[in-house]
Design a protein around this ligand. Structure first.
Ligand code: NOJ
Ligand code: CA
Length: 560
């Protein structure tokens, strides 16, 4: 790809300003339930998060994104919201939320929340009114009569993302079997009907509610799901899955874009403008780019790294395609190596790597037969971090990746809480393994996650994490924590204003590119290679200084 326009600059060519901070931001994902527990009940909360703001500031990120913290029956870890304008008592209060936002701002951190507009909780008052027979409440959801002589068959053939049919039949107030309602996820997450103006108005108001409290932006849950194909036709052979390679009538319908044009106007009405990032599993980068056109959302997660093996050639294709498509609409790319829905990268990279993109959620590795080589996985994860942090665009980090945590694969079955585990008939262990509470210090669980004498953490932590706690890594210059800190510091100093991106010719097992005076080199081959000329600023492997770039390692080199 030729030298391209700077991703730090908008389509208009304006230099990066405080209004375009999101184009290069590094955002840290706080999975609040597992971040830090302030009140000793074994569940992370706002008090715990507030106490750990110094960790985030020292790390050097620009913003945090907090997973849903609203009142919720927690059928899907908070993605089943029963009140969009309050805080779940397990996490704290609105006053604490206000204090958190103010304290983050004072520490130089912006705050994103997570809005869940595709579905509510089945405990949401709207759905309760709908079940009780309120006609206008029913029109806010997707109730349909069943097929078959007695309506005993679901209205169409769609599957829930968590397994089983996407429809559940209701019982009418008179006790007779009634209509079915659509839920693309758990039955406790009924889908809203976004053709209904009441639904649109409600969420616009929810956005304003939080923007008025100082929130800087929103991550949009299931952003590609809100508009369905009219008539809700059968999908036929098209498999829904979590990553939708094929067009499907439930996903990525063109009508969704009107919703986001309206949201953009709301965000732009604030000073400074509020911003959005879409969780959109669009079937291609071409389709993904539609979400980030100039009058729509600012950014959208680029998820291809989640499915990419540790392989320079595959990484290069991922970067090229994402950047080319985003450039067509003047948007930056938004890189992600990990989040609360996928197997942690240390573990993904700890087994032999396929030569192609793998299925969603790394399913192939979920019930692994091969023993993971975690040390190797950790080396590769450190190298991959230097790769994405050197790319133009924005980067999302998932809590714990800065500590090099691995997936906890051996959770006792009876402790698993993810609906994917239960709804899928115990065939897929689900996502609990990447949601285990963080280790902050000490030599045994709960590793400072909770205050002394607290209840056990909501998911058990491994007994092997003493060396991975934030405290244990603090003073070790070669720790993963300090690698991330240095990378973020250098990125801020050298890359934010850098005006170019250029591949450097290299053998296929190497990935090399230049940005300004900085070069990033990554070796995914099976032999060390000579380092490029120049001064090594940072290496993912402490062995990088010996004139060679080791296997499974990356370096940042300054060539001036
Ligand atoms: C995507 C979220 O990241 C995931 O955790 C959740 O289960 C689904 N959306 C449904 O809201
Ligand atoms: Ca707590």
């Amino acid at each position: 790809m030729p030298d391209q326009a700077d991703d730090n600059h908008g389509a208009s060519g304006d230099p990066a300003s405080s209004d375009t901070w999101w184009r290069t931001a590094v955002v840290y994902q706080v999975y609040i339930r597992s971040f830090a527990d302030g009140n000793a009940d074994g569940i992370g909360d706002i008090a715990g998060l507030r106490a750990r703001i110094p960790h985030l500031a020292a790390l050097g990120v620009d913003a945090i994104w907090v997973n849903p913290w609203y009142p919720s029956p927690q059928a899907d870890a908070g993605y089943d919201v029963s009140d969009y304008r309050d805080i779940d008592p397990a996490y704290g209060t609105l006053e604490e939320a206000d204090a958190l936002i103010a304290e983050c701002h004072a520490a130089g951190l912006r705050v994103f929340l997570d809005i869940v507009p595709n579905h509510t909780s089945s405990e949401h008052p709207w759905f309760q009114q709908a079940l009780a027979g309120d006609a206008s409440a029913r029109e806010r959801y997707l109730f349909r009569p069943g097929r078959g002589d007695d309506g005993e068959l679901p209205p169409n053939d769609w599957h829930s993302n968590f397994g089983g049919p996407a429809w559940t039949r209701t019982t009418d107030p008179d006790g007779r079997p009634g209509d079915w309602y659509l839920h693309l996820f758990a039955p406790e997450q009924p889908d809203l009907d976004w053709d209904n103006p009441v639904v649109r108005a409600e969420f616009e108001d929810v956005l304003r509610f939080w923007f008025d409290r100082g929130v800087d932006g929103f991550r949009i849950d299931v952003a590609h799901g809100l508009a369905k194909e009219p008539g809700l036709p059968d999908a036929g052979e098209r498999e829904p899955g979590a990553h939708h390679d094929e067009p499907h009538p439930a996903w990525d319908h063109d009508d969704v874009h009107d919703i986001y044009r309206a949201w953009r106007k709301i965000g732009d009405g604030y000073d400074p403008p509020r911003v959005f990032v879409a969780e959109s599993w669009a079937p291609s980068n071409e389709r993904l780019a539609l979400y980030v056109r100039p009058d729509e959302l600012h950014t959208a997660f680029q998820f291809d790294f989640l499915r990419a093996p540790f392989d320079a050639a595959v990484f290069r294709r991922v970067v090229d395609d994402a950047r080319a498509r985003a450039a067509e609409v003047g948007a930056p790319s938004t890189w992600v190596l990990s989040n609360h829905d996928v197997v942690r990268q240390v573990t993904r990279y700890a087994r032999s790597q396929p030569d192609h993109m793998v299925e969603s959620r790394w399913e192939r590795l979920r019930w692994p037969s091969e023993e993971p080589d975690l040390e190797r996985g950790r080396r590769r994860a450190r190298a991959a971090a230097l790769l994405v942090l050197a790319l133009p665009g924005s980067v999302y980090l998932y809590q714990g990746e800065e500590l090099g945590l691995e997936e906890v694969e051996d959770l006792p079955d009876e402790r698993r809480q993810d609906p994917i585990w239960t709804q899928g008939g115990h065939t897929d262990p689900g996502r609990d393994g990447c949601r285990v509470p963080l280790p902050w210090g000490g030599s045994e669980p709960p590793y400072g996650f909770s205050p002394e004498g607290a209840a056990e953490p909501w998911l058990p932590q491994p007994t092997t994490w003493a060396g991975l706690t934030a405290a244990a890594q603090e003073d070790d210059p070669s720790s993963t924590l300090n690698l991330y800190r240095q990378a973020l510091r250098l990125r801020r100093a050298l890359l934010e204003e850098a005006a170019s991106f250029q591949w450097i010719d290299s053998p296929p097992e190497l990935l090399a590119f230049r940005r300004g005076d900085l070069e990033c080199w990554l070796n995914t081959g099976d032999r060390p290679v000579p380092l490029p000329h120049g001064q090594v600023l940072l290496g993912s492997d402490p062995g990088s200084e010996g004139g060679l770039l080791p296997v499974d390692a990356a370096v940042w080199v300054v060539t001036m």
